[in-house]
Design a protein. Sequence first.
Length: 384
Amino acid sequence: MIWKKRINMELRSILIKQTFRKRIVIEKKNNQFIKIKNKNYCNFSSNDYLGLSQDIRVINAWKKGASIYGVGSGASAYITGYTKAHAALEEELADWLGFSKAILFISGFTANEAIISSLAKKKDCIFTDRLIHTSLLYASHMSSAQLYRFKHNNIDDLIKKYNHYYGKANIIVTEGVFSMDGDNAPLLALKHFSKNTNSLFVVDDAHGIGTIGLQGRGSCYHQQVQPDILIITFGKAFGISGAAVLCNTDIARYLLQFSRHLIYSTAMSPAQAYTLRIALHCIQKGDDIREKLNNNINYFRTNVKKLPFLFKNSHTAIQPLMIGDNYQTMMLSLQLAQNNILVTAIRPPTVPVGSARLRITLNSTHSKKDINQLLDTLYELSNK
């Protein structure tokens, strides 16, 4: 009875706040269009920025990888789950991004958790950007270290908090491209500060890798910064899933010995690791795809200025339309869906209270016609 009452109370609470989440059954999709309940929508809610999940080279690689290795790894990497495919992918990632070592994880969430839970100790301090991803925030809260969050992209506030609260050892954490705002972190300034304070500098570049910089090497390479630890994920520009941590040899050896997420999880499928190498090659040679993506971003940003909506100042594929009120955000998302356009409503606690938004994401496969359909519909809805 106690559990039933507690569960029902909390469910009623999120229903009242208009923050109740629902899963959508997708019947069919490519990067431009998505089919739900036998209805087609133009899809502006995908993180598949380069369209590689539907790329025939990647699809064929998955088939070939499965024919060589089967569909699962069968054990953790410490038993029999670590194959030539895994080792080759780690080696290529490290060489590509200029690090000594790369370690594969089954998801970005587990990679971020592993870093914080393995490294942060009692009497240490973790300083994170206020808009950091939930996985890093959750891991920091669960660690023995003390967590302090500085104002978004505000170096002065970081310095102020650091001078007041620094611990025995300190970790500074940010994102390369922020997942809900689409803006970039001041990585060079953060790197200088971390070096001057002998802090460990950690960057999660889930939304920058593949889309930014030479060969798609991401935010850090583009800003000429090498953090102590770089996290990249494969569920966005790579078009698949999983993650990797890039670091020096000592940190890699430490994580391999002390990360429970590695030791006690079944390893990534070797067929997946094999496919990720092909996706990596597509990214490395994908200047034309990135150019198409950037053209779409610039076209959208130029034309969205004509609309009476508040958009964040983002130059990336993530273009948040700020609404504020949860109900109004849900209604606008619904109205777009009625016009065959899918844009997901993002509400607290994913974003701060009062900052509900439509998170519009652009990709390289969108046509000008697709973007015009979105812009024209937003314009019509704004005049109702």
